[in-house]
Design a protein around this ligand. Structure first.
Ligand SMILES: [Zn+2]
Length: 220
């Protein structure tokens, strides 16, 4: 998926050199919670969730693979990203990261999902749940919402909150849920969904994404 060298097994999408060369974050240093890593936390000062796990900053080659999967339905790119996330989770588990009891995902509006044919956050959640042997809960729905154009920050936030609703759930939710999305940028969506989960009695909310947008002024 990156160079033209042969891979070790048909299932792997990267050769060992590319695997070694992938950008990453200092997961060990922050005990697999990137909110404790200043380089990431600076860009997510208002984070309402408790923990954050992602592969890397939104940079190459993730900046290439993620849109390939999302907008061009490149399933090999999707598979590669899911594999990378599973590898990271295996390391996190071995490093005693606090594990959730269930996974959920950021919804797409039905019209968008119909156009695209899939919700990448849901596919990612399903792949990770299978790897971890955990259930995936479909908890949220998203309405079309009104345009964010011309609104100030406060109005945008209120507008965003109105966009998401928690579905009626028959049983009590687990204490710790991981919310899956493809990329975290400002954290506003994750915050809005975190708020809904907390109101429903969830104690710990982890956010797991493929990449995080670097804080302004960040340089490698
Ligand atoms: Zn390679």
């Amino acid at each position: 998926m990156w160079c033209s060298l042969p891979v070790a097994s048909p299932a792997s999408q990267l050769c060992s050199y590319c695997q070694q060369a992938l950008p990453t974050l200092s997961h060990q240093q922050c005990h697999f919670n990137l909110l404790w890593l200043p380089a990431v936390a600076r860009g997510l000062k208002d984070a309402k969730f408790d923990r954050l796990l992602c592969l890397a900053h939104y940079q190459q080659p993730f900046q290439h693979w993620i849109p390939r999967w999302k907008y061009h339905t490149d399933l090999a790119a999707g598979q590669l990203l899911q594999q990378q996330m599973c590898l990271l989770l295996a390391r996190a588990k071995a490093g005693n990261m606090l594990m959730p009891q269930a996974l959920t995902y950021v919804p797409l509006h039905w019209r968008k999902q119909h156009q695209r044919g899939f919700n990448q956050a849901q596919l990612l959640a399903e792949a990770l749940a299978e790897h971890l042997q955990l259930p995936v809960l479909t908890l949220f729905s998203k309405s079309a919402g009104t345009s964010q154009r011309g609104l100030n920050r406060r109005q945008r936030l209120r507008n965003l909150r109105r966009t998401f609703t928690l579905k009626a759930i028959p049983q009590a939710l687990p204490q710790h849920i991981a919310l899956i999305d493809d990329v975290i940028t400002t954290g506003a969506t994750a915050n809005a969904l975190t708020r809904l989960l907390r109101r429903a009695g969830v104690h710990t909310i982890s956010v797991w994404t493929l990449a995080v947008t670097p804080a302004p002024g960040y340089s490698d």
